[in-house]
Design a protein around this ligand. Structure first.
Ligand code: SAM
Length: 245
């Protein structure tokens, strides 16, 4: 199946540079588009992720592919002065928007910003109590490599949370959702951000992303214990959780 971008055919370097172009282009309008496209529901998915994080004061958290920092902002409050949050993203523009947003909100002191590729994390072994990656993993070229890298930098006893689009559990929902993502989203992208292609990419990247069980198996293969997932909004999104014991 060839997609708009010839997605399956592109070589891995091409995928990486395509993802870079997409996020360079959407960075400035990213938050607005997120609210519009998800009708605000991404806030509920992120709240659920925070509730599952078990994060405590003084802990060290990595918000990977953290973009404009919605999760990092919340973790900053939860870990407190003695804790540390690292907002890491491969894309400078997204990081810049995230840093400006958090600083405007007065969130300073315990948040650091690092430009990093999820496939090769520049952190020591056994370093973080918690790693989150929200709507990021599907953009990563080599997901197995990224999961292995996350496992390496996680402390024993730490947990990984992957929030990502997944596969709707009901046939009817799947149809409505496909129509929405392939017809409505690119038009919305065109209208609001003058950028239909990036939002076409979004729909395609969601379609290509591994489903719930496949991602769970990938986490187990990377070494995670007690891997499980929770379907949100009928499986449109799933939260995967795994531990390093
Ligand atoms: N986590 C944020 C949120 O939930 O709003 C941002 C999600 S945004 C859809 C995806 C982010 O993944 C972008 O900021 C992009 O730059 C980042 N990204 C893509 N590939 C990456 C990689 N290989 N390593 C780290 N970040 C990556």
């Amino acid at each position: 199946e060839t997609t708009h971008f010839g997605y399956k055919q592109v070589a891995t370097e091409q995928k990486a540079s395509m993802v870079a172009d997409v996020f360079d282009s959407v960075a400035a309008k990213y938050d607005l588009m997120n609210d519009l496209m998800s009708m605000g529901i991404h806030r509920v998915w992120k709240r659920y992720t925070i509730d599952c994080s078990g994060v405590r004061s003084g802990q060290r958290v990595l918000d990977l592919a953290g973009g404009t920092g919605d999760l990092a902002a919340k973790f900053s409050r939860l870990v407190g002065e003695k804790g540390q949050v690292i907002l890491a993203d491969i894309n400078r523009e997204m990081l810049k928007v995230g840093r400006d947003k958090l600083r405007d909100k007065g969130i300073v002191g315990n948040v650091d910003y690092v430009q990093a590729n999820a496939e090769a994390l520049p952190f020591p072994d056994n370093h973080f109590d918690l790693i989150t990656i929200a709507f990021g993993l599907r953009n990563v070229t080599d997901k197995d490599k990224a999961l292995a890298s996350m496992f390496r930098v996680l402390k024993p006893g730490g947990r990984l949370l992957v929030l990502e689009f997944s596969k709707p559990t009901q046939e009817w929902l799947s149809k409505v959702y496909d129509a929405y993502s392939f017809h409505v989203l690119p038009k919305m992208g065109q209208l609001v951000a003058n950028d239909a292609d990036s939002y076409q990419y979004l729909a395609e990247s969601i379609r290509m992303h591994p489903d719930q069980e496949t991602l769970k198996d990938m986490m187990v293969k990377a070494g995670f214990d007690n891997a499980e997932y929770f379907n949100l909004t009928g499986g449109i999104v799933a939260l995967h959780r795994g531990f390093k014991f």
